[in-house]
Design a protein around this ligand. Structure first.
Ligand code: SAH
Length: 273
């Protein structure tokens, strides 16, 4: 199903195109980002420029990454009056974001600020891709499916708490900003949306000695969400060693905080060495 937009561009499902048309919501996003003229601002999926036009006014050196080649001439024409505006026709999932950082005269790199009303089908892999550049990112503002925002912000014991909550909260401060109903878009998506702010920590609050192990542990326990730690960890360590750990093995994965997982991973590495 395609709908014609005011630009005669057919919204494409395969590119997750739901164009924002509600001026109030556009304003709220732009205010939340609060871009400064010197920011290294990047927009992913500018579409027909609904948010872009306000971002580029605040920050004329805005760079955008858009996959749909049919939108490129529309965007280039729309923003031709901004000589420092840059458009990358590329897939954001494979884009090298380190190519966007520059060194100033003091050789310090200026962190990226990233904004996007993201295609919902790529939002989780894209967040993981961006997290590999977290040292170069100041903050990210994303419109996502409301369910995904709930998972990103969920705390231990909550229904939506899981792998995504833990892995993203390990690296970032996560803030739910506001919700957006389907009628704010053309065509309207089938789900509710919400805007979230992710700010990678300069200094991680808890440090996993081996992030791969930590991530594997989180995956492993949530694969068996209803099992106690005792039951799941049996495959990793023997019962006697388990009894020595200062962690309640009767807990289920959803009861452990990020700090608990980091502790558990560090302890398991120690006792299995
Ligand atoms: N920001 C616009 C458009 C949102 S729709 C608005 O708010 O109105 C999502 C946009 O992301 C579309 O323009 C779509 O073409 C683009 N897109 C989809 N997949 C992409 C990808 N992998 N990389 C970059 N852009 C992508």
């Amino acid at each position: 199903m395609c709908k014609l937009s005011p630009f005669n561009h057919k919204a494409r499902k395969r590119f997750g195109q739901n164009f924002l048309t509600d001026q109030g919501i556009i304003n709220r996003i732009v205010c939340s980002v609060n871009a400064k003229v010197t920011d290294r601002l990047i927009e992913i999926g500018p579409g027909q420029g609904a948010i872009t036009q306000y971002l580029v006014e605040a920050c004329p050196q805005l760079q955008v990454i858009e996959l749909d080649k049919d939108l490129i001439p529309i965007l280039l024409a729309q923003f031709a009056k901004y000589p420092d505006f840059t458009l990358h026709q590329h897939d954001a999932l494979t884009f090298d974001f380190s190519s966007l950082t520059t060194s100033d005269t003091n050789h310090s790199t200026q962190a990226l600020r990233i904004v996007g009303n993201l295609p919902y089908n790529i939002s989780t892999p894209l967040i993981f891709h961006l997290l590999t550049y977290r040292d170069r990112i100041a903050d990210m503002h994303f419109m996502l499916q409301k369910e995904v925002v709930k998972r990103l912000t969920a705390m231990p014991g909550e229904k939506n708490y899981g792998r995504l909550s833990i892995m993203v909260q390990y690296y970032c401060e996560v803030e739910h900003l506001f919700e957006v109903p389907p009628e704010c878009f053309v065509p309207p998506p089938k789900v509710d949306s919400a805007v979230v702010r992710l700010q990678p920590y300069h200094v991680l609050p808890y440090i996993a000695n081996d992030v791969k192990h930590f991530s594997h542990l989180v995956n492993l326990t949530f694969q068996q969400r209803r099992k106690t730690l005792r039951n799941t960890l049996k495959q990793l360590i023997d019962i006697d060693t388990m009894a020595m750990l200062p962690i309640d093995m009767g807990l289920r994965p959803e009861n452990l905080s990020v700090a608990d997982y980091v502790n558990l991973s560090n302890l398991l590495i120690e006792v299995t060495l």
